[in-house]
Ligand binder design. Structure first.
Ligand code: ADP
Ligand code: NA
Length: 340
């Protein structure tokens, strides 16, 4: 019987894009009415690859601004950055000792991010999934909204929680903490934009690290830029189908329809009931209007907020103080359970 709690994080590692918005941030906003939520700027994850310190500080504020601009309420919920709550690092170490090498060896994101020069990747990049497990379980969160790309890491989080509960079962019981100490958190993955693809290549996910700026829509892009990126987005020569079923094998069309559906908060079938049989140019013009209407105010508000860094820092400080109360309670039990 765990309290229903949402935790999720976004890395401060560069331009936030439409994939981050639709796969994560827009859903964070929607969950606020049904759960207590913690939304974290995961700066300790960011440094698993080299970050310029001045740039990192700026990006931490920018992600915080995006959370607030998108509609997350930092008074009702907790918005903070990871490095300000020491429990993340402490619990990650315990989890490094619970997780098995074989489990981490199977993580596909490490293989992608490390590339060919694996010997030269940081140890932190390899151990990233234990830190992610710590982020979630430090609050004993029960639900984690993420994009499809994080599914494997969430499964590892559940494996770590389960192994901790088993390995320390007698100790947990002896401390009067019940039968299981950590919940097995549920991923909240789904909807039409669980995996937003590059606008230039329907086989690649939209990503901060794609060298082509035309591949993604950034939250701070102005209306003209959004319009031109959507107009240049890759499509195929067929007209749009009249049902979502007809999008199979047409990744670029499926991606654009999924983006429209997610932005408009309707189903793909609904979108195709309107645009099916028509040309891409008509659909793209409507998509531009919708994207500009939805993202324009968020980008504008982000710019206004980052111009007031003191205000953002206050929000983060207050969030960290509140997160720390929850984190310290968990850590004091964990230390007791482990025998520290
Ligand atoms: P990135 O993957 O761009 O480096 P993060 O790792 O900080 O960004 O991811 C932040 C959130 O955005 C995660 O929940 C992740 O699953 C989600 N996300 C990232 N890219 C996409 C995408 N192309 N489509 C859907 N969700 C995405
Ligand atoms: Na990611």
């Amino acid at each position: 019987d765990f309290k229903q709690l949402v935790f999720s994080g976004v890395q401060p590692t560069g331009n936030l894009h439409l994939g981050n918005y639709l796969g994560a941030i827009q859903r964070f906003v929607a969950l606020q009415d049904s759960y207590d939520c913690l939304y974290c700027v995961v700066d300790m994850h960011a440094i698993t690859v080299w970050q310029d310190p001045v740039e990192l500080k700026k990006q931490i504020r920018e992600v915080t601004a995006a959370f607030i601009a998108a509609g997350i309420d930092p008074k009702r919920h907790i918005v903070f950055n990871q490095s300000q709550v020491s429990g993340h690092a402490e619990l990650a170490w315990v989890f490094n000792c619970v997780a098995r090498l074989g489990w981490l060896n199977r993580m596909t994101q490490f293989k992608e991010k490390a590339g060919k020069d694996r010997e030269n990747a940081s140890v932190g990049l390899y151990a990233y999934p234990s830190l992610m497990a710590a982020d979630i379980l430090l609050y004993r969160a029960t639900h984690v909204p993420v994009g499809e790309d994080q599914k494997q890491h969430l499964e590892l989080t559940r494996d770590i929680a389960q192994k901790f509960n088993n390995d320390f079962g007698p100790s947990i019981a002896a401390k009067g903490l019940g039968e299981v100490f950590f919940p097995l958190p549920e991923p909240l993955i789904g909807g039409p934009a669980a995996r937003v693809m590059s606008l230039r290549d329907g086989a690649k996910k939209m990503s901060k690290s794609d060298p082509s700026d035309l591949s993604r829509i950034n939250l701070t892009d102005d209306a003209d830029t959004v319009a031109s990126k959507i107009r240049k987005a890759k499509t195929d020569p067929e007209p749009l189908p009249s049902e979502a079923e007809g999008l199979k094998g047409r990744p670029e069309a499926e991606n654009l329809v999924g983006i429209y559906a997610a932005l408009g908060e309707v189903s793909k079938d609904k979108v195709l009931a309107e645009f099916g049989g028509g040309q891409f140019s008509t659909f793209k013009a409507a998509l531009v209007d919708l994207a500009v209407a939805k993202l324009g105010p968020i980008g504008g508000e982000m710019k206004r907020l980052v111009a007031e860094p003191g205000h953002i820092d206050d929000i983060l400080r207050d969030g960290a103080a509140r997160a720390r109360v929850l984190a310290d309670a968990t850590m004091s039990h964990v230390k007791d359970i482990v025998g520290f």
